[in-house]
Design a protein around this ligand. Structure first.
Ligand SMILES: CC(C)(COP(=O)(O)OP(=O)(O)OC[C@H]1O[C@@H](n2cnc3c(N)ncnc32)[C@H](O)[C@@H]1OP(=O)(O)O)[C@@H](O)C(=O)NCCC(=O)NCCS
Length: 198
């Protein structure tokens, strides 16, 4: 993922702490601090400017060098190549991802799932939605960078067809960590989209 500055989150509420709230309709307790989500109730939609404060909260949870609110606003308003998506459940944003689609390539800029909602296939759903969206915009391949130490993310990417293709030495300025560059061909995603149309 790309490197940027600190996120100045404006949201006060604990919108995505993911604390288990048994007895709330549609919510089942999973582990302590975990919320089990019914996948059929997930909504994927384009990120809006109004989402930015919540996105910044998730961003701060998820990354040591989180993006600023300004960075997201700039992406949403000035970057015609940028496509950002949020994953919503029970009216809460619980994850998001973004990419740039340029010609037949998509470059993932960030992806994150709220802490309390991880480990139940949501990151996989989200990345698959990003891949489907990339195909919709004409991409045949997708790339990203990931910290070499980020095993959960690397596993997720491998699971969705990404393979390592190189290293950017010292890419992350906070600790000088290397970035692993990964690429995925989107043929299977394209074939799936074609089946849906038929
Ligand atoms: C990476 C991230 C998006 C994964 O989201 P998630 O919802 O927990 O992932 P899923 O439950 O969909 O898991 C999908 C696959 O990812 C891998 N994975 C997820 N969590 C893992 C963990 N803690 N350890 C090892 N592998 C893991 C597994 O391969 C898993 O498939 P499996 O369940 O069949 O083993 C999430 O951990 C996150 O937001 N991390 C912080 C932000 C981040 O690092 N983003 C990536 C930047 S490059």
């Amino acid at each position: 993922m790309s490197e940027t500055k600190n996120c100045a989150a404006g949201a006060d509420s604990l919108l995505c702490t993911g604390k288990a709230t048994a007895n709330t309709a549609g919510v089942q307790s999973k582990d302590e601090g975990q919320t089990a989500v019914q996948p059929e109730r997930l909504i994927f939609r384009s990120m809006q400017l109004e989402d930015v404060p919540v996105i910044c909260q998730i961003e701060q949870q998820a990354f040591t060098s989180p993006w600023t609110a300004e960075a997201f606003i700039n992406e949403l308003t000035n970057n015609h190549f940028a496509r950002y998506m949020v994953m919503e459940w029970e009216d809460k944003v619980i994850g998001y991802g973004g990419m740039w689609t340029i010609m037949d390539e998509a470059h993932v800029t960030n992806i994150a799932v709220c802490e309390g909602y991880r480990g139940q296939g949501l990151g996989e759903r989200l990345l698959h939605e990003l891949q489907r969206t990339a195909v919709f915009f004409g991409a045949g391949r997708m790339t990203l960078e990931v910290r070499v130490s980020n095993e959960p993310a690397k596993n997720l990417y491998r699971k969705l067809g990404f393979e390592p293709s190189g290293v950017r030495p010292g890419y992350y300025s906070d600790n000088g960590e290397d970035a692993l560059i990964m690429w995925a061909e989107l043929d299977q995603v394209k074939a799936g989209a074609q089946d849906d149309e038929d």
